[in-house]
Design a protein. Structure first.
Length: 481
């Protein structure tokens, strides 16, 4: 097959340095751009535009050797100066905004210097230690300086990278087309052309796969696992790493008491939520990150529903007669938010906890209110970064008071964060994050709920193919269809 068509729910072409965890956007970015390093399917990071690197013992200076002979889709050389331009653009405080949170990458890269050591060698020096820098660089798409300078606000003209595919056509909200870059350093791509097309609903995407108008469809209904069977189709169910949670206002009100936060987590039947709210298309969440995250502790004891202990904790906290929580609730993202609010309220009623719901249909306004810490007592939210450090930095660390921090403080966790920042060894750093994971089970900052399970379908029988753990479709690893 020379052309592959991918049906997905969103067709959007953002700025290459936008901060996004949207898999529909990242699969397009992954086709058009390369980064210095890439996330590997089995974990860790491997070479991309950088072929080798070193990190100083204080985790502040990183030196990269770049591939030679690489050119952008506009014919300009991808050398050390071009990489420096892209990294400094990514670090600007006006870049990387997402849902009202400004300059996400600047939080980590502000004060960074990028030295050109040679035509194909650069050195990054950070203002503070950051052993998890590759979590950031994996989304640091390297763009053509000439294209960016000439593009203005034209997203199509900005989308000039070195990736295995070159952008050819963009119809916002409807279609993106790209043609193969035969000179890519990984070799000629599998397909001559790729088209991403809008599939309005999960059933519509399944029908497109069935009738042949799509070769790949993401976000299928779970019924597709029986309706579309091998050998005609490969259907895979995978865990979406985004954590669905209720964020507590830990700065004031009942949830400022750790006993209350723990009691509410003990009172939740997560399996019942997955069954009743998601129709089984999910997996219980028992920690601040999903089980596929680096730093999640596979040995940690998950929450078991314990209503008796939850009641005892509430009595100790002075709430033996129960109380009412003010819940801030969106109408979408997650789309099941209102049903989830109702299901959680039903479960918590057993320990005398009631919700007074404040519903917000404007999702951008909702996110801005969360960023302003105006969530009442708790709010429905998600936590999407694959970077454990980013989750801790932006949502947990009281010293940072990040965009999505809601008043929680745990000095023991913060000491571990500081140690992890400067710990070069991946194994030692992972153990530090596992200690964070265990502490955040004992003193949860959020009400942990679930992860979604998603379904993707490919035409043909491909038993060896697997979706990446980050939930992003990597067009580079697709089998011939």
């Amino acid at each position: 097959m020379t052309t592959v068509t991918i049906s997905q729910s969103r067709i959007a072409l953002d700025d290459p340095h936008a901060c996004t965890d949207a898999n529909d956007v990242l699969t397009v970015f992954g086709a058009l751009f390369d980064t210095l390093v890439r996330r590997m399917p089995g974990g860790g990071y491997g070479p991309s535009l950088a072929t080798r690197w070193s990190m100083s013992e204080d985790a502040r200076r990183f030196t990269f050797r770049l591939r030679e002979g690489v050119t952008f889709h506009d014919g300009e050389p991808c050398d050390a100066n071009a990489v420096r331009y892209a990294l400094l653009r990514m670090a600007r405080p006006d870049m990387g905004a997402t849902l009202g949170a400004p300059g996400v990458y600047a939080q980590y890269l502000a004060g960074m210097t990028v030295e050109v050591l040679g035509c194909h060698e650069i050195a990054l020096t950070l203002a503070e230690p950051l052993a998890d820098l590759f979590d950031i660089l994996a989304y640091g798409h390297i763009v053509s300086p000439a294209a960016i300078e000439a593009a203005g606000e034209d997203l199509v003209k900005r989308a000039v990278g070195t990736g295995p595919y070159r952008l050819e056509r963009y119809v916002p909200g409807e279609r993106i087309e790209a043609v193969a870059n035969p000179d890519h350093f990984d070799g000629a791509p599998t397909f001559r052309r790729i088209a991403w097309v809008k599939g309005e609903t999960a059933p519509a995407r399944a029908e497109a796969l069935l009738d042949g108008s799509a070769d790949i469809a993401n976000g299928l209904p779970h019924s597709a696992q029986s309706a579309l069977s091998a050998p005609a189709f490969t259907i895979q169910d995978y865990l979406a790493p985004t954590a669905l949670i209720m964020m507590f206002n830990a700065a004031g009100g009942p949830a400022s008491d750790p006993r209350v936060r723990l009691a509410l987590n003990l009172a939740i039947d997560r399996e019942a939520l997955v069954s009743g709210v998601l129709g089984g298309a999910g997996q219980s969440l028992h920690g601040f990150v999903s089980p596929v995250h680096y730093g999640a502790d596979p040995e940690a004891q998950p929450f078991a529903r314990d209503v008796a202990r939850a009641r005892r904790l509430l009595r100790e906290a002075g709430h033996g007669e129960g109380f009412t929580l003010q819940l801030y609730c969106p109408t979408r993202l997650p789309d099941e938010a209102e049903a989830l609010a109702g299901a959680v309220a039903t479960q918590l009623a057993e320990i005398g906890v009631r919700f007074e719901r404040h519903t917000e249909p404007d999702r951008v306004h909702y996110a801005n209110q969360v960023r302003r810490k105006a969530i009442h007592d708790l709010c429905i939210f998600d936590s999407s970064p694959m970077s454990v450090f980013r989750v801790l930095h932006e949502k947990i660390d009281s010293r940072v008071r990040g965009s999505w921090w809601e008043g929680y403080a745990n000095p023991a966790v913060e000491r571990l964060i500081d140690q992890a920042r400067a710990t070069v060894s991946p194994e030692a750093r992972q153990e530090l994050y596992r200690q964070c994971y265990r502490l955040l089970l004992q003193d949860p900052p959020w009400l942990y709920l679930y992860n979604h399970r998603r379904v993707i379908g490919l035409r043909g029988d491909h038993p060896g193919w697997r979706m990446h753990t980050d939930g992003v479709l990597d067009v580079r690893t697709l089998p011939p269809l």
